[in-house]
Design a protein around this ligand. Sequence first.
Ligand SMILES: [Zn+2]
Length: 610
Amino acid sequence: MKKSITLIVLVISCLQIFGQSTQYWQQHVDYTMDIDMDVENYQFTGKQKLVYTNNSPDRLNEVFYHLQFNAFQPGSEMDIRLQNVPDPDKRMSVNKGTVEHPVFESRIATLKPNEIGYQKVISLTQDGKPVAYNIFGSIMKVSLNTPLDPGMKTTFDLEFKGQVPLTIRRAGRDNKGGVALSMAQWYPKLAEYDFEGWHANAYLGREFYGVWGNFDVTIHIDKNYTIGGSGYLQNPQEVGHGYEDPSKKLNLPTGDKLTWHFKAPNVHDFSWAADPNYIHEKVIGENNVMLHFFYKNEPDIIKVWKELPEKTKEILTFFNNNVGPYPYKQYSVIQAGDGGMEYAMCTFISGKRSFGSLVGTTAHEFAHSWFQFILASNETKHSWMDEGFTSYISDAAINQVLNQNKETPNIEDYKNYFNLVYSGIEEPLTTFSDRFESNLAYERAAYSKGSIFLSQLGYVIGKENLEKTLKAYYDEFKFKHPQPNDIKRTAEKVSGLQLEWYLNYWVSTTKFIDYAVRSVEGQQIMLERKGTMPMPIDLKVTFEDGSSADYNIPLQMMYGHKPTEATVLESWSWVNPIYTIHTDKKVLSAEIDPKHLMADVNREDNSLNH
Ligand SMILES: [Zn+2]
């Protein structure tokens, strides 16, 4: 254990200056890993040195690791969960019944010993001395020899043996498209400790949370394999495979294996994929970001993927302009895994798909570089902050780069959310991502209701304020772990409006919005809040003389209104179900929220003709 007296003094003086222990802090990791991969039997050995810095104000007596490959074993928590969820993921299960009467069987339950995944700890030391640990499936608890005090560092040396499972979900061997190795969640990974304590959540297939730090990873692998992944390759001339500088001489070693050395600074995960039959293409995007593409050298894959680089450049520019500049020098789109999944500085995307689907998935996964890999919210707890925000911004990007010209790019999310409300299976967004009662309830909540959080926020505070909020949120919270209150607080600072109610209703409850025009009589309009969640109201009124007017009715607890050209009326308190407007002309019709940005679950009654 190394002592860092300056840091202790700093921490103490910060406490004195601010008189509290709630100053933002985050833990730090420095991984150095040396991996020897056996591509014949999908096994690997690893040596991992982890220097852990405790920036918290707390003395730590234990630490937790994720051993996520252990989830791919019969009887694991992931397997049991798969057998009990009402709507199992099709990738992870087989239907042994009929279409009408499906009987799903967990694919994990059928894995043979040479097909399962594992991470076996061979040895573990803390500062050179063996340390006690207990393994609970995909989580390892390490009881420290010496407690780790605030401001201190300690070094863990871990030797492990791994086996890459058949591809069940995200990671694995020989995926559907025939990619040999999709190496995600593949190494013993320290769990995050933050102001809430440890987040030692078992791997059940969904969403992650990691410690910010630096990765130095060396991989020895069969010389025919090309690797794509997180991190900058340090020795391109000794590896080739499309990484080399063509103006310099290649210096390939003799022997059956190549040694690949990667460094990934300021990330919270490290993933890679490898295949002996990858095409490796590169293009330069905005701000000299090198975009890498790895895909199978097969005619039907090439046909679709060869058009992707130019679109990816446009997508990068869109996110740079609408969220904030991509901070790394490299990003890789890799044919691997299943569906699409985001990782540090790269994504795994399954290969065979239409061009529209490939561009759409790339936009979604690349957007995650901002919402999760730079703005690293705890996805396990707040899946809506990464899946929802990602869906919102990637729908906007797709709308632009594929010239879709939709007025509301995330219109599908509104439909999905309404169906969720009517289905009766909705759960609050505060539900842990793996703990929703069904996959459908999770997906509709995290992706659709999460996406609407932003588009509807644009309705509440104004479109330009929403755009400023996203950029300010990025600037303030990049390379940190933003919390739900941080996006709300940013929106408050940008708009000058109070939004505690919005965060609470939309995220912590399943209360819903339903407003109605109750009556239009002469020069009087009566509005009614039928739903359980209050909102400010945009109202379009047409008069009998053919003229029309736009009104805005602020919600009283916002203590203000969005910038608007509409006539702003008296605010409406949530306690009152009825609101009456008197006009100076006879009213023909009135319509609530004519732009359909408010997620009103019944729009039938939103307009009324006299
Ligand atoms: Zn996503």
